[in-house]
Design a protein around this ligand. Sequence first.
Ligand SMILES: [Zn+2]
Length: 468
Amino acid sequence: MTLNVFTVVVLFASALSLAAEFRVGFASADITPPVGWRRAGNYTELISTGVNDPLMTKAMVVQDGGTTFAFVGNDLCSVPRDLTDLARLQASKVTGIPVGNIVITATHTHGGPEYLGPLRQFLHQRALKANNGIDPHEPIDYRRQLIERWAAVIAVAWSNRQPASLEVVIPRLEGVAFNRRYWMKDGSVGWIPRKGDTNIFRSAGPVDTDFPFLLARRAGSTEGLGSLAVFAMHTAVYGGPAFGADFPGHLQTNLTAAFGPKFVSIFGEGCAGDVNHLNPFDPDPQHWTNVSPAIGRAMAQVALTNLPYASAVKPGLFAVRSAVVMAPVTPISYKEINAAKKVMETLDQNGAAFLVVVDAWRKIFQKQFWERHDGRLPQEVQVVRFDADTALVTLPHEIFTELGIAIKAASPFRRTMVVSLANDLDFYIPTRRAFEEGNYEPTTCPLEPGCGERLVAAAVKLLQELKP
Ligand SMILES: [Zn+2]
């Protein structure tokens, strides 16, 4: 009798594992705005002059049994909640994928368009006033177009699903990323010091050299369908006046050369809030025209040379879970808001120092968050369990690297990938210590200190709940 029950259980388990397989689909679409649209990545007005490389939205849909998940990467500096909410809802209606199982992220390319936030709002309103209600830099409803393209790219990736194998490898990518905050010899914390600055004492934070690479292949074949690569470094190398996708665009080009023209390479920026490519100890000028392609090439090379060591992701345990953290927004007075509005007005008249402009930009967000969310900003944390050893965490905003490392260190999964700039805006989430140290990133953050540590705790809790 006991033997019979045992046999039945074993047979049932093997039937389940036979049925379990991944079905994976990819899709991409062009989201380059008309040339002449404002360029992002600065606190001044920049006008695009052309297209260095097309800006793309790319989706990967993964299904295993009854669970489906969609990851969307965008060649944009950031994505705002009001648009991602609508696109996720629309995509969910078409595909049946639950809204919580859809994530829309930005690569954080600074070569994308300026289409959201206090700076765009100010420049757009000023243009409307000056041109009888027409902003010559915004000839189309780009925000509506984005919602439609995101929903459509998810739907196409969903309908492209096919039996596929997934494999993952996390090699290291050394020598390209640097913590951009430094303890200076005068006791201050410096931000992106000049090359050769003799006042630099040492880096004020770590870098994370993990380079997770998740590859999907057609089932029973070596043919690559698409990939998700993650690295914790600012996508802020590109510096041309035309629209540009920066190194994720070059990663796509290099992987296309290896896997064929239909291959879709998605890049997710890791926790890179305080990390960029600039090395102040290197006298080389590090011009973007060389550095951006070199990083994309290095990423592809590291991924491809390490694929022989990749682990197969085992189907059968695929699951998605999310949580919402309510982050206290720093209080603000009307007097402060009015002063901030005045600063924005003198923006391009060299009227205000950089950190004064950043401070004003943040105060306008603070006001919006108090008005819209009554002082508590909802922040969504999503966790995907690919298998017993592999998990993906997505977080909103620009997270300090130390916080991403803390999630990985506490994660019960051997392989944990963390992607930032998910579903919401690009202000920084510093560590508590960095709030005390000050300078650029903490000046951008409308939330109370402790916001980063709370996101870490929420992510780790979900990871622990999902660990089989
Ligand atoms: Zn940034």
